[in-house]
Design a protein around this ligand. Structure first.
Ligand code: SF4
Ligand code: SF4
Length: 249
């Protein structure tokens, strides 16, 4: 592995670890419940704004948030140090959409019942911006962190991202819209001819994608790809690289 790319993955993992350490402070801004509470009072909460930003950024950066910044992603990559089992991609990924669609409808319904948007409060229900500040919020945080860990340890690498994450569908939808609109965005590119079929890329993908197959069929676009760049950095032949480009059709 070349020196520079290895450094990139060290930096990425350290960023994720740092975000995980901030998770107790930040988790209300990623909360699927607080957004409903706020909506029932006609309030746009921090989580509403963050989810909206995720959607907008995903138009140009896909799911790079998941790969580089998500505190829950950091927790799951720590879990993979304990149990590094591959997730069976495609088997349970649909569950998150089954949850996401009714959840989104509930938010819309709550705003409608509240008479629309009345106020914006980014720090809604936090204590000076901090999420964990009393026994109730500590308990809730412990439950969320436990669910994330159990899913990752039971189903395999980033099991929570695959099955339950309510944030991923925003970014997947953003990516699909971006591709449909032919917008330039961060993506993976590969040169199949250079591949020596070692399959290291598939073995090391944190989302358990069959990256080798993606290289062989010359289609590096996958809704579960979090653009972490691990496949780029483990490839001994520099077959895969980042690009900021329109999708090849
Ligand atoms: S790691 Fe690189 S050389 Fe090995 S299979 Fe993947 S793309 Fe091919
Ligand atoms: S395909 Fe590559 S960039 Fe995408 S999640 Fe897997 S290792 Fe990361």
């Amino acid at each position: 592995m070349a020196d520079k790319p290895e450094k990139r993955q060290i930096i990425r993992r350290n960023i994720l670890l740092f975000m995980f350490l901030l998770f107790p402070i930040l988790y209300y801004y990623l909360s699927p419940y607080l957004i409903i509470m706020g909506a029932s009072e006609g309030i746009v909460t921090g989580s509403f704004i963050i989810f909206g930003l995720m959607f907008i950024f995903s138009l140009f950066l896909g799911r790079a948030f998941c790969g580089w910044l998500c505190p829950g992603g950091g927790e799951q990559e720590l879990c993979s140090l304990i149990k590094n089992k591959k997730f069976k991609v495609g088997k349970l990924d649909w569950i998150k959409y089954l949850i996401w669609v009714p959840w989104l409808l509930i938010i819309v319904l709550m705003f409608y019942q509240a008479g629309g948007i009345k106020n914006v409060n980014f720090f809604y229900h936090t204590f000076y911006g901090i999420s964990v500040y009393n026994l109730g919020s500590v308990m809730l945080f412990v439950i969320i962190a436990a669910v994330i860990a159990v899913l990752a340890l039971t189903f395999g690498r980033r099991g929570f991202c695959h099955t339950l994450c309510w944030m991923a569908p925003f970014m997947i939808a953003g990516r699909k819209l971006s591709n449909f609109s032919n917008l330039p965005a961060l993506r993976l590119e590969s040169e199949k001819e250079k591949c020596i079929h070692c399959q290291l890329c598939s073995q090391k993908c944190p989302m358990s994608l069959d990256v080798y197959h993606m290289v062989q069929i010359e289609n590096m676009e996958h809704s579960e790809c979090i653009l972490c760049g691990n496949c780029i950095d483990v490839c001994p032949e520099n077959v895969i690289k980042y690009s900021f480009s329109k999708i090849s059709r």
